[in-house]
Design a protein. Structure first.
Length: 508
């Protein structure tokens, strides 16, 4: 592998910026297209929205439960002005586009991509199915992409220019990431291995002072949020306790899953092969071959700057290997997808003529858009708005729902929605004045099959809901259910046989 050219910190020419902005605009259109018809794509999105609403009313009990206190507090400022779920979705979607732009601009600058190559990278990554699906929810996924891009950029700069200040900047990005998403814990072992591979002596020179500064930066969010938690009546250890309970659950969840370790090194490879662009796996293979050639040519990770291609390859391989040991869902690839797209471009420009690479990227992006159309857009609009309208017309103020929260954003503030995980809970709700129960087939997605008696009754109304039968939605819950890849897709196929996944029953 030939040495990477010296870093070019000069701003890209205007034509490069125009190519990047045009590609980002196309991705933004895809993320926002028919978003008002989409509703909430998953349970976590609604749970986060409810937690944000609760914060504005002084209820901090859920501040640390999703492991993303900074995310909830940031959106609590938005909740002071609006309750609209669509507003939160839109802001989050645009943050995801910004994260993509931040990453693509960095790769373009480091690798000195042309304007069309930068646009091709942006479109290949931005039109991926998982990033489009995750870019339309209300979870920390979008802001995490932005922060992960910052973390990669700061650490790559630290490898180029080893000095204590660079390490502190890496720690600052990591601390910020941990404040917004617990998933940044998965970057810690990768960063540690990368530092152990270095032989620049940075940790040995004035090592005590370096350690103190780095640890102080990493501890800052835990101290600040811990103090906030104590101020609002929560235990100081609540955030750390979330980590412990996530790794070592005290009991099985309602789907019966308790373990957190489940080795399967084919799950993510199968997902990439069946649901994402073939260019990602192809680029990964070519990048590995190029990195091996570089190693044979004398390049070593402990000496001198890292070329960008092996650096991103190292992250991808570590993320794939590490996440394959845990319970899996496609979102486990969140931090790997942008580097995978970059590897496809960086490797492609080493083995293909420029025109061939651009043509391949254009075809790949076009096929991605077609896949998005089939997997996401064709299932719109969401039927939950119709369910809410039916309940409003019939003067309903209290309704139960089986496992799913998708109805919640469409209800008025005066209406109450309660989730039940077992039909045995319905007798108590009936006594409390609940009028109806919505048999939401989200119970199939979450693997909570405790509603046999209810399903045999005659509903007062029913609606089709293709959104609840998407294979990707089922795969995104395989971490919760503990199912494998094939088993999850089989459950999705079984759910598709139900022509009316939303059934409303009267409780009294």
């Amino acid at each position: 592998m030939s040495p990477r050219p010296a870093t070019n910190n000069a701003p890209p020419p205007p034509s490069h910026r125009l190519w990047l902005l045009a590609a980002l605009l196309a991705v933004a259109v895809l993320r926002l297209w028919r978003l008002p018809e989409a509703g909430a794509p998953d349970y976590d999105s609604v749970r986060n929205w409810q937690a944000v609403q609760a914060l504005t009313h002084g209820d901090f009990s859920r501040l640390f439960m999703p492991g993303c206190p900074a995310f909830l507090l940031s959106y609590a400022l938005v909740a002071l002005f609006t309750r609209s779920f669509l507003v939160f979705q839109t802001i989050n979607a645009l943050l995801g586009v910004a994260g993509l732009g931040f990453f693509a601009a960095w790769v373009s600058r480091q690798a000195r991509l042309t304007g069309p190559e930068t646009a091709g990278l942006t479109l290949l990554a931005g039109t991926g199915l998982l990033l489009t699906f995750a870019g339309r929810d209300f979870t920390p996924n979008s802001i995490s992409l932005l922060l992960c891009a910052g973390l990669l950029q700061s650490h790559f700069a630290r490898l180029e220019r080893p000095n204590p200040a660079a390490l502190v900047r890496v720690a600052a990005w990591l601390a910020l990431g941990l404040s917004f998403s617990y998933k940044f814990l998965f970057t810690l072992p990768i960063l540690l291995v990368l530092e152990l591979l270095r032989t620049d002596g940075l940790w040995r020179a004035r090592w005590v002072w370096v350690w103190v500064r780095v640890l102080a930066v990493l501890a800052t969010p835990y101290v600040l949020f811990g103090a906030l938690g104590v101020a609002v009546g929560l235990p100081w250890y609540r955030w750390l306790a979330f980590y412990v309970r996530t790794v070592v659950p005290v009991a099985a969840n309602v789907a019966g899953r308790q373990a957190t370790i489940k080795p399967d090194f084919l799950y993510y490879l199968r997902y990439l092969a069946e649901f994402e662009s073939p260019l990602l796996l192809l680029g990964l293979g070519v990048a590995a071959w190029l990195a091996w050639r570089g190693w044979r040519g004398g390049w070593r990770p402990g000496i001198g700057p890292w070329p960008l291609l092996p650096y991103l390859l190292f992250w991808v391989v570590c993320l794939l290997a590490g996440m394959s040991l845990l319970l899996k869902a496609p979102r486990g690839l969140l931090f790997a997808l942008l580097p995978l797209a970059a590897l496809a471009v960086l490797a492609g420009r080493r083995v293909l003529p420029g025109w061939a690479l651009l043509g391949l990227l254009a075809v790949a992006a076009g096929l991605n858009v077609r896949h998005i159309q089939r997997a996401i857009y064709t299932s719109l609009p969401t039927p939950y708005a119709q369910v809410a309208a039916w309940l409003w017309e019939h003067g309903t103020h209290k309704v139960a729902s089986t496992v799913g929260l998708g109805l919640a954003p469409f209800l008025a503030e005066s209406e109450t929605l309660t989730v039940v995980n077992d039909e045995k809970m319905l007798a108590r709700l009936r006594a409390q004045g609940y009028d109806y129960v919505l048999l939401d087939s989200y119970w199939r997605v979450a693997g909570v099959a405790h509603f046999d008696s209810l399903r045999r009754q005659t509903p007062v109304a029913a609606w089709p809901a293709p959104q609840l039968q998407q294979p990707l939605l089922f795969l995104e819950h395989s971490e919760y259910t503990g199912r494998g890849f094939a088993e999850t897709l089989a459950a999705s196929s079984a759910a598709a046989a139900d022509s009316l996944p939303l059934r409303l029953y009267r409780l009294r």
